[in-house]
Every structure is written in C-alpha cells, then in structure tokens.
Design a protein around this ligand. Structure first.
Ligand code: UDP
Length: 460
C-alpha cells in the first residue's frame, strides 16, 4: 500500500472476468483515480486484466481454482458460481491484509466496488465492516425484467405458454415476453431462480453505480430508485469519462484502421457480436453472403470461437466468398471497437447489442442493425429499435436475402439516414450529460463525496 499513501483513500474493485464486465470496471477505476482515489483491483486468476495497461493501479490475483473453465454460454453460470465460491476466502484474506497495512501506511480502504454477479463480495465486505457498492454493467432497466419473472412465478404462469411470447409485458413497454432475459417457456430451475433473486437483491450494499445516464433511462431509474433505499449513481457512459486505456483480453488488430482510412465517409458497416456470443454454421454462411451480396463495404469481427460448433471458421470464409468480396470487405479476429466506431468511415453497426457495444455506438452517432442473442441483449435491442428508434431489427438471420435487405435499409435508404440523424441527437444529449451541470457529471461528483464520507471510525 506504500503506493497509495499520498492519496490517503483507496477503492478496492472486484471485477468479473468477462470482457463486457471487466471493461466498465477498469474504466470506473480510471474515473475514480482521476478523482483522487488509489485503485486496487482484486481479480480472479482466470482471465486477469493486463497490469501494463494500468500502471497507476495495484493488482492482486485471487486464487480461484477455475482455470479449467471456458467462457462460453454453456458454462457461463458455472463460471459465475465457481468464482463466487472460490474467491471468497482469498478476498477475505487480502482485505484483512489491506486493513492491517492501512494502519501502517495511513491509507484507508474506503469501500469495495464489486460486479453485480459477484454476490460473495457483499458478505466479505460486511464481515470486514467495509461499505460495499454494486456496479451494474447492464442497462438499469434490466433489473426490472427479473422482477417480472418473479411476478409470473407468483401467478403460477411459469412455464409461460409459447403462443403468448409475442405479447407485450404491460408494465414494461416495449418489451414482449420473449425479450425477458431467460426463456420462460421452459422449466426454470430453482438454482436459476436463486440467481435471478441475487441479481435484484443488492444485499447490504450501500449504493449502486450504473454505466448509464439519465437521458437514456430516466423513467426506469426513477422507478427503481423508489424500490431501493440506497443512492443510485448513473455516471455513464464510463468510456467517455475514462482515458482510453486498452481493456481487451484479446489483441486488437489495428490494421483495420488503415483499411478504414481508405473508405468513404459513413460507407462501412461494422459487424461484431461481442466477446461471447456464437452462431451456427448456417448463420455464419448466410451472414457472409448477405454481406457479399449487399455491395456495401464491411469490417467483420469473426473471433476464433465465433462458431458454436467448436470448429474452425476459416474454411467458411475463403475461396469463392473472398473472391466475391475482394478489397471491399475486411475480416479481423478482434478489433479496436471504440476506435472503429469513432472512425468517420463507419456508417452502421450490426451488433448483438451487448450494453457496452450499444452505448459505444450511441456515443459515436452510429445507427445499428440489431441481432440480439441472449440475456440483456434483447432488452437493449428493443430500446434501440422501439424507444430510441436508432436501430432496426434483423428479421431473419438465416436468409441472405433478408440480411442484404436489412443492410441496404440501414446503409443506403432514407430510413437509415433518419436513424443516423436521431443517433447524432442522442450523442449530443449524452455529451451534455457529461459536461458540468449534466446528470452524469453531477452524479460522479456526488459519488466522490459519498465515498469520501465513509468514516474510518465506523469500523473500529
Ligand atoms: N470489443 C472490442 N473488439 C471487438 C469486439 C468487441 O474491443 O472486436 C469490445 C467492445 O468495444 C465492448 C466489449 O468488447 O466494450 C463487448 O461488450 P458488450 O457488452 O458489447 O458485449 P459482450 O461481449 O459482453 O457480450
């Protein structure tokens, strides 16, 4: 803790080792560092962050015994559960150590900020008498969806009839039952119900931080604030407040920026399904030919594990496809996404609608084609298409004709041009919320004061 002596107060961050969770946690660390706190990151050994990208932070690995896990959808719940049970003792020990050190060095651990799926951190923090704060890396509105599942269960409506999935959920406009985070037309296990409960229960946490902003979710934030007795801090979008350090687990292929330089303004469609989602062979083939036949330049991220049938993607994307596309299309394994979206050549984003991708696109005024797959992606896609009206839904991902049509609607038709205009208006509103007097700016100042108000005396 000698490094943090000059700063007097440290914030301990406990991130979940998934790209869409790690990135906002590290960005939050950078934001709080800029507010004068020392940042200590206690992370799992499985997929650790790269300390070289954040020389100003202190990193501490928690031995987690989960190195055999892979991050695919199949075992996401297992990964969450393993980290929750395996990291408890190491975190307890480390916090104890930090608290002894702070007496020696005069640097106080003011609070622990933890990812909303790492429930165990709350009980460790409570035991050590340190305030815990939850970081929610999804839209705030996501919390409302779990409540809906509980209501259906209380009304004995689960499993929900397949024939009613298209119906709207009355209190959650514009969502339909099919947009809820898990399929409700099949049996939901008790274990999964417990997980849902943990997702809405903030336990003894003293506050909630959201990577969102009031102008995006005003009514959901107000509704939720009435249900929870602790302060909310919607201080996003984090990436616009934090300096641009890399937070990627995979190496970013920078060559695509040189390729973008050669393209006309707003001409390129950027295609990426984020860090976890995978698709089947048929969808990959139809995507490839939809892109090829559209005539639109494209930059497509195809990860090594983009196919859900554990086979190499390469043989699908060579030969005839490459000849048809030529220089008009570029495929990379991982892109510097924020730089790509900010590039003047990019005019559209075909996305799985993860929350980070969604806000990154909004912040650059890039309209979207929505292809949600699971979890919060359906919610985000509904907001993009029906509330903010800056995205269109991909209707049939297994048909190259439909894909081609959707691409042309977004990139060429008047409809796409209007969406781009609306996206630019949203971008302006978000920029205003980050300026002095804006909601995120002020909320961050409130959060800083809140953390500074935690008294050492309270825990002695
Ligand atoms: N990302 C990236 N390069 C890529 C694809 C994605 O840097 O080629 C980043 C993207 O900018 C975002 C994150 O990975 O910050 C993905 O998070 P998101 O919440 O959108 O989706 P998830 O991966 O969690 O499903």
């Amino acid at each position: 803790m000698a490094e943090c002596r000059a700063r007097k107060r440290a914030v301990l961050l406990v991130p979940m080792p998934l790209q869409g969770h790690m990135t906002p946690m590290l960005q939050l660390g950078s934001i709080l560092y800029s507010k004068g706190f020392s940042i200590v990151v206690a992370h799992s050994e499985f997929r650790p962050p790269n300390p070289l990208n954040h020389p100003e932070f202190i990193f501490h690995p928690l031995s987690d015994d989960s190195s055999g896990y892979k991050t695919s959808l199949v075992n996401l719940m297992d990964l969450i559960s393993a980290i929750n049970s395996n990291c408890r003792a190491p975190l307890q020990e480390y916090l104890g150590q930090l608290m002894k050190d702070q007496k020696l060095e005069g640097c106080q651990v003011a609070c622990v900020i933890y990812d909303s799926v790492l429930f165990f951190v709350d009980s460790v923090a409570t035991q050590m008498k340190i305030p815990g704060i939850v970081l929610r890396t999804n839209m705030a509105s996501y919390m409302l969806l779990y409540r809906c599942i509980f209501q259906l269960q209380a009304q004995n409506l689960l499993p929900f009839p397949e024939s009613r999935l298209q119906e709207p959920v009355s209190e959650l406009y514009p969502l339909r039952f099919k947009d809820l985070p898990f399929s409700i037309n099949a049996e939901i296990s008790e274990e999964l119900m417990d997980f849902f409960d943990s997702m809405v229960n903030i336990r003894s946490s003293v506050a909630v931080i959201f990577n969102t902003t009031d102008c995006l979710e005003h009514s959901s934030l107000s509704l939720l604030q009435k249900q929870y007795q602790v302060p909310f801090f919607p201080i996003g979008p984090f990436h616009k407040m934090a300096p641009a350090a890399s937070t990627s687990f995979l190496e970013e292929d920078q060559t695509c920026i040189a390729w973008l330089e050669k393209q006309a303004p707003n001409s390129v469609l950027y295609v990426s399904l984020g860090s976890i989602a995978s698709i089947n062979e048929q969808e990959l083939t139809e995507t490839a030919w939809g892109l090829a036949n559209s005539g639109i330049p494209f930059l497509w991220v195809v990860r090594c594990d983009s196919l859900n049938e554990a086979q190499s993607v390469d043989h699908f994307l060579d030969g005839h496809f490459k000849d048809s596309v030529g220089e008009r299309g570029l495929i990379v394994k991982w892109a510097p996404q924020k730089k790509v979206l900010a590039h003047r050549a990019v005019g559209g984003f075909w996305s799985h609608c993860g929350w980070n991708s969604t806000i990154e696109s909004i912040c650059e005024g890039v309209p979207m084609i929505c292809r949600p797959l699971f979890g919060d992606q359906r919610l985000n896609a509904r907001y993009l298409t029906c509330v903010w009206k800056v995205g269109l839904e991909m209707e049939n991902v297994l048909d190259r004709g439909s894909i081609e049509k959707a691409i042309r609607r977004l990139m060429i038709d008047t409809e796409g041009k209007e969406m781009r205009q609306d996206m630019l208006l949203m971008k302006d509103k978000i920029e205003a919320s980050l300026q002095k007097g804006g909601s995120s700016y002020e909320s961050l100042n409130d959060l800083t004061q809140f953390i500074n108000s935690f008294s050492t005396a309270a825990r002695e």
